[in-house]
Design a protein around this ligand. Structure first.
Ligand SMILES: Cc1ncc(COP(=O)(O)O)c(C=O)c1O
Length: 346
């Protein structure tokens, strides 16, 4: 039986072109700055993001941690959303490793934090308070239905931050999804922030790796912090080679994932016993709810898996499905048929 794995876009496997590029990659010791393939990827990434420099790291989690460590000193505070990946799913690294104080604000359903909440959260100069140093945004916003932040919102937060002497980091794990969904060049979403991280290993299908991008000075310091975390990698041109293919070949096709997510969401909206907010579906991540208490999310996940479709439970009555490279329009039809069978059998 064929498996349709919609748990995450991190399950994507490298494309044949990536495997070929990995095989042929020219390598060197990157901790000595001698891996030409890594250098090429870092230059490409910096250019794509409209920043001076970039640094290859192992994961999105390490990218965010390296950025926060580079912006902040121990005892300083970051403002971030209460549904942000950095707050929820990065093992508390900013406090555990950096001694940095997270100040969470409510994420709105569209992934934003309200500017007035941010303004009110910025600390004054008082010996009792931690010093506010950084505001973290996430685009697209994973736990807020994969919502893309707009250039206007990003700019307004950056203006507010810079006026108060703060910096802005953007967790752009899926920044290309945000750009493609809004028909924008990605720099429209990155130009106002001080640092941006993005992942190669999600919708772009590379096996490993994320990039940290910012000013030359910022990236030089980030390189030191990557080393502190044990993230200096030797012949990592092996990873970078696939990343180059990801940037060259895998960005525009994200539109197909968004169309498939839309198709899936529309089918779910028609299905008795399930509910979904169609207006929230704009990229490749959809969340939907089990209505009426007939079936738990856990039972739905298990019964669907028995029919060859994997999705993720995120709450007792809520599940997530993510479209990605390797999932076709036909797979979406098969998923809807399987879902409809599970719902009618329960
Ligand atoms: C928004 C966001 N940021 C960061 C990460 C972390 O990436 P990684 O799994 O590579 O550590 C993820 C992973 O899903 C994510 O969704």
């Amino acid at each position: 039986m064929k498996t349709i794995d919609l748990r995450s876009d991190t399950v994507t496997l490298p494309t044949p072109a990536m495997r070929e590029a990995i095989y042929r990659a020219e390598l060197g010791d990157d901790v000595f700055g001698e891996d030409p393939t890594v250098k090429r990827l870092e230059e490409m990434a910096a250019k794509r993001m409209g920043k001076e420099a970039a640094l290859l790291v192992v994961s999105g989690t390490m990218a965010n941690l390296v950025c926060v460590l580079t912006h902040c000193r121990r005892g300083e505070e970051i403002i971030l959303g209460d549904r942000s990946h950095t707050f929820l799913y990065e093992a508390g690294g900013v406090s555990a490793v950096g001694g940095i104080h997270p100040h969470t604000l409510p994420n709105q359903p569209d992934g934003t934090m309200r500017p007035e909440d941010i303004e009110a959260a910025i600390r004054g100069d008082n010996v009792h308070f931690p010093r506010t140093r950084l505001i973290c945004l996430e685009n697209t916003h994973n736990r807020c239905d994969g919502s893309p932040l707009t250039p206007e919102y990003t700019k307004s937060v950056a203006e507010l931050a810079h006026k108060r002497g703060l910096r802005v980091h953007l967790d752009g794990a899926r920044i290309f999804n945000a750009a493609v969904a809004q028909g924008l060049d990605v720099t429209a979403l990155t130009r106002d922030v001080d640092s941006v991280s993005f992942c190669l290993s999600k919708g772009l299908s590379a096996p490993v790796g994320s990039l940290v991008c910012g000013s030359r000075e910022f990236v030089a310091e980030a390189r030191r912090n990557r080393k502190v975390l044990g993230g200096g990698m030797r012949q990592c041109g092996i990873i970078a080679a696939a990343g180059i293919v990801a940037l060259e070949q895998m960005v525009d096709r994200l539109a197909e994932d968004h169309q498939n997510a839309q198709r899936l969401a529309e089918g779910i909206a028609r299905m008795p016993g399930l509910s979904i907010d169609l207006e929230r579906v704009q990229t490749n991540i959809i969340y939907f709810d089990l209505a009426g208490g007939r079936l738990s999310a856990g039972a739905l996940v298990t019964r669907l898996a028995d029919k060859g479709v994997k999705i993720l439970q995120v709450a007792p009555a809520r599940v997530r499905a993510v479209t990605h490279y390797g999932i076709t329009a036909e797979d979406i039809e098969l998923t809807l048929t399987a879902l409809s069978r599970v719902m009618s059998e329960s």
